[in-house]
Design a protein around this ligand. Structure first.
Ligand SMILES: [Zn+2]
Length: 125
């Protein structure tokens, strides 16, 4: 059971749900949830409440540490590429993947591998 990880919510153990009540009979306590897989905050939080508890506690430190937005960012044709695909219904047909520029509306073909590669982009950074 070593692949279980703890919810990172600072107050997870204070929410007294039955599934958090653990320990030997007569000595049970409400405990931080442990799961093999969690859906919130990139797999670090058991639910939205725990995610937002963490954000409320650490948001200022995080922004100070990693930098605040201090001026407007601009969407231009150079960073307006998004990945999309057209659904194919035929047996054995794969989807039609493409880049779409949301400013110019230009389309450029993509392979499925490029579509699934989160580092592959046409956008200037
Ligand atoms: Zn939690």
């Amino acid at each position: 059971m070593s692949n279980l990880k703890f919810c990172q919510g600072p107050d997870c153990h204070t929410y007294n749900t039955q599934d958090r009540l653990k320990g030997p009979k007569g000595n049970k306590t409400y405990q931080t949830r442990r799961r093999s897989h969690m859906y919130y905050g990139r797999g670090n939080f058991c639910d939205q409440r725990c995610l937002y508890d963490w954000v409320a506690q650490y948001i200022e430190q995080g922004l100070d540490r990693f930098g605040r937005t201090t001026q407007a960012k601009h969407l231009t044709k150079d960073n307006a590429w998004v990945k999309d695909y057209d659904w194919r219904h035929g047996v054995g047909e794969s989807h039609l993947y493409y880049f779409l520029n949301t400013i110019t509306k230009e389309r450029r073909p993509l392979t499925e591998e490029q579509y699934n590669d989160n580092n592959y982009t046409l956008n200037e950074r």
